[in-house]
Design a protein around this ligand. Structure first.
Ligand code: SF4
Length: 373
């Protein structure tokens, strides 16, 4: 069957799988088996589902589609980070990044092919939006990664990964329905069974969707802040014209926060742009009263984008100002910058949005990556 034209089995929520199998005259336990094959064992095809009767598999093949992401490229960093480029059934290239740390193994997943937000410091932002990913394509990044990590001896089947961050290519709240459906699957007991405390969705600040996100999901929120004045934020993130800092911070204050939770503010530090002492002082005032922590992310320089990393010592000085104002702040050293897997580096290298191409530079054949809504 042609994926995209008939129900995509991997995108169906559990209730739909139940209904589908009931319509096919199957007992309820078959729905559970199928869901487990899809999302716990990460089956790439119906052929793998050895304990489903051949007649049922044939009917599923006739009435549904089941596409798996194809691994187009794998790049490994000296720090243990792995970046995968996946090819979708219609030839889009998307990326996920694996970041192992003591006590946790995190996958950063993409929610869109490209991104419409257009942050000026982000490689993905140079690509524009190609299309939203389906919930099945979001979930399948996790399945493919888990399977590959088992092959590489990085952990035990079925799920070496412990944490997920939705900070890859795309703005998750621009693809809310698919993200929400993917979260339902990823947290399901019969599926990968991630803990809601170990899953974080990051937004660039789509204010109207933030409340809905808080009300309809049970995972953690990160907000990509990156500036302390509207002038600088608008230059870095054009969506700030629509939802300026005052509105964004009001949405954070009113966010329906679960007990014991806090919002993570991501702050990419760009040398000479947003890394002055005055920025740190303003930032500490801005987040006052919001249960929050600030992640400081020193910028990774990308050719063609015109920004530079903060000067040595600047990040620590900035952090210390926040700490002295009683703001929880941590420095997140970028991972995998030698394989272009770090924050802000996810983009289809050699594609129309690649500034190296526009500059006439030589481009390797496959994708690079850029990230982080
Ligand atoms: S930083 Fe995030 S929201 Fe901004 S362009 Fe990049 S992927 Fe999109």
């Amino acid at each position: 069957m042609d994926p995209g034209k008939v129900p995509d089995l991997r995108s169906l929520p559990r209730a739909e799988i139940d209904r589908l199998l009931a319509r096919l005259g199957e007992k309820p336990y078959r729905a559970r088996q199928l869901f487990r094959w899809l999302h716990q064992k990460g089956a790439a095809s119906l052929d793998e589902m050895s304990d489903l009767p051949a007649t049922l598999r044939a009917r599923l093949a006739a009435e549904t589609s089941l596409a798996a992401l194809e691994r187009a490229e794998e790049r490994r960093s000296t720090d243990g980070t792995i970046k995968w480029t996946w090819r979708t059934h219609d030839g889009k290239l998307i990326e996920s990044v694996y970041m192992p740390e003591p006590g946790r193994k995190t996958l950063c997943v993409s929610t869109q092919a490209g991104c419409a937000v257009g942050c000026t410091f982000c490689m993905t932002g140079t690509m524009g939006l190609s299309r939203n990913l389906s919930s099945g394509e979001i979930v399948d990044q996790v399945s493919r990664a888990n399977r590959r990590l088992v092959e590489l001896g990085e952990g035990a089947a079925p799920r070496p990964l412990t944490n997920l961050v939705f900070m890859g290519m795309g703005e998750p709240l621009h693809n809310f329905d698919a993200v929400k459906a993917a979260l339902d699957v990823l947290l399901a007991e019969d599926g990968p069974n991630f803990s809601n405390r170990h899953v974080t969705v990051s937004t660039s600040g789509i204010v109207p969707e933030m409340r809905r996100f808080g009300e309809e999901t049970d995972v953690k929120l990160a907000v990509s802040l990156n500036a302390t004045t509207d002038e600088v934020r608008t230059a870095l993130m054009p969506l700030n014209r629509r939802w300026p800092l005052r509105e964004l911070l009001a949405a954070c204050r009113e966010f329906p926060m679960k007990k014991g939770r806090r919002i993570t503010f991501e702050y990419v530090m760009l040398g000479g742009v947003n890394d002055a002492d005055a920025d740190a002082i303003r930032l500490s005032r801005m987040v006052k009263g919001i249960p929050a922590k600030v992640n400081l992310i020193p910028y990774n320089e990308n050719p063609g984008l015109g920004f530079r990393a903060p000067a040595p010592g600047r990040v620590e000085a900035f952090r210390d100002i926040l700490l002295s104002a009683n703001v929880t702040a941590v420095v997140r050293r970028n991972r995998g910058s030698d394989i272009a897997a770090a924050c802000g580096q996810l983009a289809a290298e050699g594609g129309p949005g690649d500034p190296r191409r526009r500059a006439g530079g030589s481009t390797p054949p496959l994708t690079e990556n850029g990230s982080a809504g």
